[in-house]
Design a protein around this ligand. Sequence first.
Ligand code: FES
Length: 226
Amino acid sequence: MMVTLHLNGLKVSLEEGATLLDAAKFLGFPIPTLCHMEGLSPYGACRLCVVEIGEGENAKLVSSCTYPVQEGLKIRTASSRVLRARRMILELLLASCPQSRTIQDLASAHGIRIQRFRQEHEDCILCGRCVRMCEEQMMAKAIGFRGRGQARSIGTPFDIKSDVCRLCGGCMYICPACQLRCTYSEPERAVCGGCANLMSPCVEMENFDDLMCYMDPCVACEIHKD
Ligand code: FES
C-alpha cells in the first residue's frame, strides 16, 4: 500500500514501511546519518538524522531513519529547529570522539567551528554499528551491548574472547570512531598536529582543548596533505 506525505512542501508517495529518511532520499533532500547504514537494521542511536514533523505546538523532532512514513504527515528536513538540534548533537559527538575523522567531517560540513564542550576522548559513541554488522552481516553475534546508562559499553560477555568471533575485522571497519585523523604528540589531548606545528590561524588559544584545526578549512592541514 502506498502512503502519501509532504516533505519540505513536496508531495511524495512511498510504500508503507519506508522511513522518513527513505522519503528524503527519494526526493534528494540530504539528511546526515551516523548510526544508520545501508544493509544494517535501523537503530536510531545517534539522532543525527533528526527531522521535524507535525505543525504548530504539535511539531516535534524525530529520527528519520527509524520513523515510518505516515499518511498526510508534514516533514521538514532543514528547519531552524532541526539544524540547531543537529549541530548540538554533532558538538556532543565531537566532544566524545574528537579524533574521529567521520565525526570531524560531519561537524565541519555543518559549519561547527567552536568546540564548546570538554573533549572526553571516549573510544565509542555506542552507535551499535559494530554489533549489527557482527550479527546481521557476519552472522557471528560475537559482541553486544552491556550494562546501562553511564556504564553501557560494547564488547564480548565478561570480556572473554568469543568462540564465534572469526577476527574478520568487520566491527572495526564499520566503526565511525575508529577512523582517526592525526594525534600529534599528545594523543590524549591534541586533535591534529598540523595546527600545533605550523601555528596556523585557527590556533588562537594555548589550550589544546580549543584546537579547531580539524575544522575545514584549515591551512595547516591542507599543507600537511602533500
Ligand atoms: S542515523 Fe538516524 S538515529 Fe543515527
